[in-house]
Design a binder for this molecule. Structure first.
Ligand code: GCU
Length: 361
């Protein structure tokens, strides 16, 4: 049934090179990976800005007895040298106390507070995870303003059809945190997850797709131009998203409004780039705007890439799961809960349960 539903969408083939040749091995998929990244950058999110010439991380504040003394809190300032200028954005790091190296989340979040409705910090720390929090608008405003913050350094002109949009910029900032992680004594650089909700779930996916250093890529309720296939999608369409939020994307993406069926890509391209790493997709039953079924279908469609690595990808029962189900048997997680558009404690715990399982292997 799932295979049939995917077939009916006539998706562009993941495993066919641009020149029409088939992609049959994981080595071939590594070459296809470059084509897929190229398509998604040129058509959807814009060309990812290059790494800064130099990165320096400054400790600006520290509290060693945070969360009743069980955590360390640090405020960091990331200084990025771009075209000879010092461009900065802040990041907050909270780590559990103790010996050894901890797995961490790089969380691109909405709020201005570290303890936020989408961020159950105490539970995360108690479960032995550290976290880096980027408050997304500290990097670039969630608006059409490309003249302030990091945006003015990362995009000189919005005239180019493939100029980076804001999603690419927020993702770029998460990659700079990843640059810093190997220098942190108490962080396990092999066990880093990037996570975001909604527009920031789209950001987490683009980040993890473009940067293979992230072992876990978590999209919560990311919907349109995130985890959901755009063809025959319930809820938000490309016309609707590009009407309200054109600046999230590259200018060329606007051309696909109302033209989903003819697009030379769909969101399974994005999800397949996470292979052979772990993809964790969360959907909510009440979040019809995001389109849970198409989020599930895109995850299932990415299995073709996992298969080339001898992996299962998402293990499912060949039907759309009932609410309050975790499909967690394979390399990918599909977490489907009741309720509405939200990043809840329940979601975080499902993601940490899955990562805990993968880490002991
Ligand atoms: C809007 C938008 C979605 C987005 C969401 C969010 O609803 O249409 O695409 O995911 O905002 O970020 O909360």
């Amino acid at each position: 049934m799932i295979q049939a539903a995917i077939k009916k969408l006539f998706l562009p083939s993941l495993l066919t090179f641009k020149n029409g040749k088939p992609v049959k091995t994981k080595e071939a998929f590594e070459r296809r990976r470059e084509e897929l990244k190229d398509i998604l950058q040129k058509e959807v999110y814009g060309i990812l800005p290059p790494k800064p010439a130099h990165l320096r991380v400054e400790l600006t504040a520290e509290e060693t007895l945070y969360l009743a003394g069980f955590a360390t809190y640090r405020e960091l300032c990331f200084h990025c040298e771009i075209d000879g200028e010092d461009a900065t954005f802040p990041v907050t790091q909270i780590m559990p106390k103790g010996e050894g190296r901890f797995p961490v989340f790089v969380c691109v979040n909405f709020g201005t507070d570290v303890v936020h409705k989408y961020l159950p910090l105490e539970e995360i720390i108690q479960r032995g995870y550290g976290i880096f929090v980027i408050k997304y608008q500290d990097v670039a405003k969630d608006s059409a303003d490309f003249r302030s913050g990091m945006a003015k350094h990362l995009c000189k002109s919005r005239r180019a059809l493939s100029a980076p949009g804001k999603i690419a910029m927020w993702a770029w900032a998460a990659m700079r945190v990843m640059d810093y992680i190997p220098l942190c004594e108490n962080v396990d650089a092999e066990q880093v997850a990037v996570i975001g909700h909604s527009r920031l779930g789209k950001t987490a996916l683009f980040c993890g797709a473009m940067d293979e250093r992230f072992r876990y890529v978590i999209s919560n309720d990311s919907g349109c131009t995130g985890a959901a296939l755009s063809r025959q999608k319930e809820g938000e369409s490309i016309a609707q998203i590009t009407e309200r939020f054109p600046y999230w994307f590259c200018p060329r993406y606007l051309r696909y409004a109302g033209k989903e069926d003819g697009m030379p890509f769909d969101q399974h391209f994005l999800l397949s780039l996470i292979a052979p790493r772990h993809l964790l997709i969360g959907s909510a039953e009440g979040d019809r705007w995001a389109g849970p079924e198409n989020e599930f279908l895109a995850t299932a469609a990415a299995n073709e890439a996992y298969a080339l690595y001898g992996m299962q990808g998402l293990v499912h029962q060949n039907e759309f799961p009932a609410p309050d189900t975790e499909l967690d048997e394979g390399d990918c997680l599909y977490h489907y809960r009741r309720g509405t558009h939200y990043l809840s404690r329940r979601d975080w715990n499902a993601y940490m349960d899955f990562i805990d399982k993968k880490r002991v292997k």
